[in-house]
Design a protein around this ligand. Structure first.
Ligand SMILES: [Zn+2]
Length: 491
């Protein structure tokens, strides 16, 4: 464990903090952390540098500087980029990391059959062989790859929706998170209908699983376990009530996909005479501790229910567009006071974990839809991938201020696409002009996870080569595998 204080100084600093002002932009700023939290944030000066090196001596590590046992103030470089809070991803699936580019041009339920469920089935059938080949659980391989993806894009904390077959593999996801040094809520999946029959639960079984995982992993570092029933259509009322009661008993969040595609809403109307939101509301599932992913299809009444109950929404524009699901009315939601944040969804449907790209698409789509360039400015969408999702997930991250966890990232601004960048356009350039992969340094909980583009906690080459191999084996399997058909209520 690296217990040193960390100092980073850069051309621009964005605290995205309520205390320092959400839109505050500091030129030549610095952040000082101790082993786990932020101690100082502000404008750098020679006096500041001199004081810090004097106070901390050999206990100081200056990020981006030539390594020294003891630094002098003149050794502290002003890095040519921007320091900001690590991104907070409120909805994703680590198990999808190897299935980028699989089953494209298909809607949600077909994609679930042809990509997600086929892949997880393959992992289960070939487990012993794959385990032998990789010297570790193949699921762990996929989760470690997802941790690389997150760190690469500057995501330091997330909620991972651990769906379908992955609900049996919580030990590996906890292991991956602990190894990576990130923060994670694991929303453990469940389903008791309209899904792969091999993995259907009962309400009692789902609750027992939650009890067992809480006992096993409830004290794992930087990891929290909450219920995450997969889909509104794949969980009957008794199961949802039982899992919500579990969440209430333990004071946790609960997470679920909701109203993602129009077919599902149609099925709910035919079956219950209700929309998915009305159905969830009628069984007491919705309140401020419920976080719904998507909520694409909404009636006026749905929006009223969401507002009245304080339910939180995670918008995933990359997945919603690729799967042709449609886009939720997030501008209207925010005007009504419904809490909304932006995330990526899993790599399989997104097909990346690029938070800045997700923020950009969310904003661009709404501007075009409303024929109004003023909706969702860059500053706002940046808040929707940092401070707001941190609040959703109860993380002490998402902004840079004294007392917050030391989760921060540095993005290089020297590439042609980000030149010129000034204090007055740095936020706009991040959202509109960046590629989203300019992250060079990542610190989480005071620990350096990426140092000048190099992963420090994970064996990048080994994980990438194992995932490549895994994906080639899966491609072979897919050619001859029996087609899975049957996910989704309306099929
Ligand atoms: Zn999802």
């Amino acid at each position: 464990m690296d217990k040193r204080f960390k100092l980073i100084r850069s051309k621009f600093l964005l605290p995205i903090s309520d205390r320092l002002g959400r839109s505050t932009r500091i030129s030549d700023g610095y952040v000082l952390t101790d082993a786990s939290s932020i101690k100082e944030v502000g404008k750098y000066s020679e006096a500041v540098g001199t004081r810090i090196v004097k106070e901390h001596g050999p206990d100081l590590h200056v990020i981006g500087a030539t390594r020294r046992r003891v630094y002098r103030a003149s050794d502290i470089p002003c890095l040519a980029g921007v320091v900001m809070p690590g991104f907070v991803k409120a909805h994703g699936h680590d198990h999808e990391s190897p299935i980028i580019g699989v089953a494209k041009d298909e809607p949600l339920t077909e994609w679930l059959d042809h990509a997600v469920n086929l892949f997880t089935g393959f992992m289960n059938e070939r487990r012993d062989e794959l385990q032998k080949r990789f010297g570790r659980s193949p699921n762990l391989v996929t989760y470690l790859k997802a941790r690389l993806d997150d760190i690469y894009y500057g995501i330091t904390s997330s909620m991972v929706h651990h769906c379908n077959h992955n609900k049996y593999r919580v030990q590996e996801i906890v292991e991956a998170n602990v190894a990576a040094g990130t923060k994670m809520i694991v929303a453990v999946g469940a389903q008791d209908r309209n899904y792969d029959p091999r993995i259907l639960d009962t309400p009692e079984g789902s609750v027992q699983r939650m009890d067992r995982y809480r006992e096993l992993f409830g004290t794992a570092e930087r990891t929290w376990i909450v219920p995450g029933p997969d889909q509104d259509f794949s969980n009957g009322p008794d199961q949802l009530k039982a899992l919500k009661a579990w969440a209430n008993r333990h004071g946790t969040l609960i997470h679920m996909h909701s109203s993602e595609e129009p077919n599902t809403t149609r099925w709910f109307r035919e079956t219950y005479g209700q929309t998915p939101v009305e159905y969830c509301h009628s069984i007491g599932f919705l309140d401020p501790n419920t976080i719904l992913a998507h909520q694409v299809n909404c009636t006026d009444r749905d929006l009223e229910i969401l507002r009245e109950t304080g339910t939180k929404i995670v918008h995933n524009p990359l997945a919603n567009t690729i799967l042709g699901s449609g886009m939720p009315p997030i501008v209207r939601m925010m005007e009504m006071g419904i809490p909304v944040v932006i995330s990526t969804d899993g790599s399989g449907s997104a097909d990346n974990q690029n938070m800045l790209m997700a923020a950009k698409l969310a904003s661009q789509y709404q501007k075009a839809l409303h024929q109004n360039a003023r909706v969702l400015p860059a500053q706002k969408v940046l808040e929707l991938v940092t401070i707001e999702p941190a609040r959703f997930l109860r993380f002490n991250t998402g902004s840079l201020e004294e007392g917050k966890d030391a989760d921060l990232i540095f993005l290089d601004l020297t590439s042609p696409n980000l030149t010129p960048t000034r204090e007055d356009n740095v936020v706009e350039n991040l959202v509109w002009a960046s590629n989203g992969n300019e992250v060079r340094h990542v610190v989480a909980g005071g620990r350096v996870l990426m140092d000048d583009g190099r992963f420090t906690t994970l064996p990048e080459d080994e994980v990438k080569s194992q995932v490549q191999e895994l994906s080639e084996l899966f491609a072979d399997h897919k050619r001859t595998a029996q087609e899975i058909k049957g996910t989704g209520a309306h099929t």
